[in-house]
Design a protein. Structure first.
Lengths: 114, 114
């Protein structure tokens, strides 16, 4: 079983609507949790990074939340745009010495339609 | 793509042939990583490097080797390509001096083994 589970696997929403993507993880302990956006045919790009002591982080229309007690995170997208169509990947990192072990979720594929 | 290039971007090769993928960075970051991305899986670590000539295995290293003779270049070699190695390969870089060991990804190489 993957240690980072994301839901839903895919999502279609109308332009201008809001949506929330979920991430549940079992990785423990962890150093930080990140959300990445991956456009088709491109590498992932970081949206937000949260340490275990942070419970919310915003980046424009993207807001990530973290509940370290329940090991859940969410990514909320406000007023969606066509350019938000992409895969969104949740990543949990553990620091071991000078190296970070990262575990990637499979991602949620979001399609924003006009 | 944060000063990271990958070459080639696309390659089709036959089973049994050797293949080398190159990752080049201009950021002088200490850590470099090779991941593969397949449908139904999160990004999976193949090998990583924590300095020139210092490398270690990731979770899916069988059938792959790496070399890092210069800070800026990290090579991934498939000694004898198999169809199961058809995938999209991503290089990433990070540095302990970066906040939260942020990882930056290259644009990816799509490899098809026929």
């Amino acid at each position: 079983k993957n240690q980072v589970e994301q839901s839903p696997q895919s999502l279609i929403i109308l332009e201008g609507k809001n949506c929330t993507l979920q991430c549940n993880y079992t990785v423990s302990p962890f150093s930080n949790l990140r959300w990445y956006k991956q456009d088709t045919g491109r590498g992932p790009v970081s949206l937000t990074i949260m340490t275990f002591s942070e419970n919310t982080k915003s980046n424009g229309r993207y807001t990530a939340t973290l509940d370290a007690d329940t090991k859940q995170s969410s990514l909320h997208i406000t007023a969606s745009q066509l350019s938000d169509s992409a895969s969104y990947i949740c990543v949990v990192s553990q620091t071991r010495g000078g190296y970070q072990k990262v575990t990637f979720g499979i991602g949620t594929k979001l399609q924003v339609i006009p | 793509d944060a000063g990271i290039t990958q070459s080639p971007r696309h390659k089709v090769t036959e089973t049994g042939t050797p293949v080398t993928l190159r990752c080049h960075q201009t950021e002088n970051h200490r850590y470099m990583y090779w991941y593969r991305q397949d449908p139904g899986h999160g990004l999976r670590l193949i090998h990583y490097s924590y300095g020139v000539k210092d490398t270690d295995k990731g979770e899916v290293s069988d059938g792959y080797s790496v070399s890092r003779s210069k800070t800026e270049d990290f090579l991934l070699t498939l000694e004898s390509a198999t169809s199961s190695q058809t995938s999209v390969y991503f290089c990433a870089i990070s540095d302990p001096d970066l906040s939260n060991y942020e990882q930056y990804f290259g644009p990816g190489t799509r490899l098809t083994v026929t």
